[in-house]
Design a protein around this ligand. Structure first.
Ligand SMILES: Nc1ncnc2c1ncn2[C@@H]1O[C@H](COP(=O)(O)OP(=O)(O)OP(=O)(O)O)[C@@H](O)[C@H]1O
Ligand SMILES: [Mg+2]
Length: 264
């Protein structure tokens, strides 16, 4: 069983030159829940996401993981603390098989140097209480089955369509046994069946206790899976709360949902 953690961004601001990409935004992703972040192109979703994962430094504001200030920690250090992520621009190893891509996640999950683990093991054998940093690991096989990727396990990732690669990347993040999982547009490039499957997977991961933060354009997916929705436009938070309330919010309708409808 994975154990989740609470991820919180408080008053996050990130500027690029004269542009304020994220303007004093606060969000919380609670363990066991799916939190979605929506907004039109350029709203600042990915920038906020990067501030949470550590790929970007906010100009002001703080990031807390279970109350601990991680604002100054590197992406690697955050990953070791249990923050898993996928990328809006895919980052799979094209020459490796699907199973091996997931295996990379399984190897990465080690929290802290090996000597700590050996030390912990010894202490455990000697009967000392050991803090459990070694959470349940989803095995590669388990994850392949969950994502319905069993059929392509031995196929080189580079030969697969984008939709499948999104699932491979999600699988790699899951094999890291995240306490918090941040997904940037995981449904982009997925067909309807794959999106339905993704929705099921996201629910299952949250049911395991993980805090899931989802950045997504697919409105059906967001409103089908999210417990809480934050809506951004032009760097600012314009609404947040229960999905139905956010969907009905006039500012959201004006800034986002109308745009989506016009696109169709
Ligand atoms: N590295 C950067 N340098 C300069 N400007 C940037 C940079 N990254 C993002 N921006 C700008 O910041 C704003 C927010 O971009 P961001 O990528 O966070 O939006 P988004 O909500 O994720 O959009 P999308 O839905 O298209 O992915 C945009 O105006 C973008 O052009
Ligand atoms: Mg983005």
């Amino acid at each position: 069983m994975s154990s989740g953690a609470r991820l919180e961004g408080i008053g996050i601001t990130r500027r690029y030159g004269g542009l304020t990409a994220v303007d004093d935004v606060s969000v919380v992703a609670e363990p066991g829940r799916v939190t979605a972040l929506i907004g039109p192109n350029g709203a600042g979703k990915t920038t906020l996401f990067q501030c949470l994962t550590g790929s970007e430094r906010p100009d002001s504001g703080r990031v807390l993981l279970d109350g601990r200030d991680i604002t100054r920690l590197s992406p690697d250090a955050r990953a070791r603390l249990g923050i898993g992520r996928t990328f809006q621009r895919l980052a799979v190893f094209p020459t490796m098989t699907v199973a091996d891509n997931l295996g990379v996640g399984a190897e990465n999950r080690t929290r802290g140097p090996a000597v700590w683990r050996v030390g912990g093991l010894l202490l455990g054998i000697l009967g000392f209480p050991v803090v459990d940093t070694d959470r349940h690991q989803r095995t590669v096989d388990e994850t392949l089955a969950l994502l319905r990727l069993d059929g392509v396990r031995d196929v080189a990732a580079g030969a697969l369509p984008t939709g499948t690669l999104r699932l491979v990347e999600l699988g790699r993040a899951l094999c890291n046994d995240p306490a918090v999982l941040l997904l940037d547009e995981p449904a982009s490039g997925l067909d309807t069946t794959e999106t339905d499957n993704l929705q099921h997977v996201i629910r299952q991961v949250a049911a395991d206790g993980v805090a899931v933060l989802l950045v997504e354009h697919d409105v059906d997916l967001v409103f089908g899976v999210a417990d809480t929705v934050y809506a951004m436009a032009e760097g600012r938070l314009i609404a947040s709360g229960q999905p139905d309330d956010v969907r009905a919010h006039p500012a959201v309708q004006a800034a986002y949902l109308d745009v989506m409808a016009a696109d169709r």
